[in-house]
Design a protein around this ligand. Sequence first.
Ligand SMILES: NC(=O)c1ccc[n+]([C@@H]2O[C@H](COP(=O)([O-])OP(=O)(O)OC[C@H]3O[C@@H](n4cnc5c(N)ncnc54)[C@H](O)[C@@H]3O)[C@@H](O)[C@H]2O)c1
Ligand SMILES: O=C(O)[C@H](O)COP(=O)(O)O
Length: 529
Amino acid sequence: MKILVADKISPKGVAFLRAQKGFEVVEAYGSSPAQILELVKDVHAIAVRSETKITAEVFAAAPLLKVVGRAGVGVDNVDVDAATERGVIVMNTPSGNTIATAELTFTHILCGARPVPQAAASMRDGKWDRKSFSGIELFKKTLGIVGLGRIGSEVAKRAQAFGMNVVAFDPYLSPTRAKAMQIEAVTLDQLLAQADYITVHMPLTEQTQYMIDEAALAKCKKGVRLFNCARGGIIKEAALIAGLKSGHVAAAGLDVFEEEPLAADSELRKFPNVSLTPHLGASTAEAQDAVGVEVAEQIADVLAGGVIRNAVNMPSLDAATLKIIGPYLELGSKLGTLVQQLATDRVEKLRISYWGKLLELDANAVIRAIQRGFLSRISSEGLNYINAPFVMDRLGVQVEVVKSNQETDYTELMLVEAVTAKGEVFSATGTLLGKASSPRIVALNGREVEAEPKGALLVYENHDEPGIIGMVGTLLGREKVNIAAMSLSRNNAGGTALCVVNLDSTPTEATVKELTSHRAIKQALVVNL
Ligand SMILES: NC(=O)c1ccc[n+]([C@@H]2O[C@H](COP(=O)([O-])OP(=O)(O)OC[C@H]3O[C@@H](n4cnc5c(N)ncnc54)[C@H](O)[C@@H]3O)[C@@H](O)[C@H]2O)c1
Ligand SMILES: O=C(O)[C@H](O)COP(=O)(O)O
């Protein structure tokens, strides 16, 4: 397996990769986009920080690629949609650099209050100027934190230790969590109006881009101090520059910029009351070792076919979760494959319903497994949990998920219905049996049966009359297809019977055709699971 380390990650991480049996590690830092296209031709994994761009073109040039590991948080340099489409896992290391970035943010906040960089520069110039560098205190001032996630929360703790009053705006923050942290959750407008210091800690998205623009700044107190150690573009640089010029903004601290590297002639470089760092949030020895080793371990796990951690384009399944959810994944995958084969027309909608313990678990991976199962016989190579929803969408198959707490005869139940364009519904219902949580089909097209979803299954519907089972057995026996198990269900005596037969091998098409042509057989098909 070949791993390309495209950005400089911790030597400990690289050493870990090199120590794995069968791994060949290529370190190529600062490569041009053209060089990257050449380098990825035969690689199975790429490790990056924020510099190397992994574009759709790169994915197209890397047919063997399974995983892109980001030693850090932001995956803005990776085209995650292109990765998803190609079934490549993108993973990050979300917590290894939290403290480093929180500490750098706090350093900027302190420099916004006390002009230490300016005083240090004046000392370097040989001066002893005690008049020009007085500051203000943090004590009793209000810090507004926009985005109270990992880093925002750590910044909050440090601010509280300095005696600051902390308010936060985060639309996804639960009021209980804010309360537990002794932080007042407020609206963005309230935050802008109340804060003496504002620091942003969200990803750059359509919603967060230019969140702090001219209009937002107009709502701030005169003399507000602004900090961004998250992503360039959350604070609009033009608005900040205008605010600094007018004196509305008293100071700022930036680690990230709309364009990186920041242009040498950027106006931002000219303000003495602005502290700038070149995207150094994660640049501590501790953080780099943490994210470097973590990303190396995560990549090795994926390539060894093991646990997938911190994937940004699929639900993460650690060993403990996998143990619980594994049987549901197997059942879901089988039911998906089964209904696809039962359906006689183009499926427009896949309706997935579930009951029981799965309601208490994160069913996201199971829903993906059902879709992967459904697509397994109709889609191209390279299908996996990651790109299955994408492929369903591309094929125009709508997916509806129904969680049900209605009582059933089973403690676990999963129903997958394939709805065709004509409105016909083909369905398979399954459960997990016993201590081993073995998957079982308990209904097909709404008729109760009991069959193991494994190997070849002959499914036929017939007029309920004597001799049919014997006829089927003779037909199968003629070509030495052994019957492993059989489950029969009929609506009423003399009505219609549905039979599911587990077979040890797959009968020929000719045999199935012969069976179908029997006067009492309404329909018959063989499904492979
Ligand atoms: N400067 C650096 O070197 C450096 C290092 C690490 C992380 N970062 C960046 O810092 C940011 C935060 O990282 P994190 O690990 O704390 O992430 P996180 O996911 O833990 O936290 C992000 C928070 O932002 C909130 N959020 C999302 N959209 C929002 C919106 N529209 N308004 C307000 N809040 C919103 C989320 O609910 C979440 O609580 C990321 O952009 C990350 O890339 C920068
Ligand atoms: O998102 C991150 O983790 C930071 O931006 C760090 O980026 P870096 O690895 O390039 O320092």
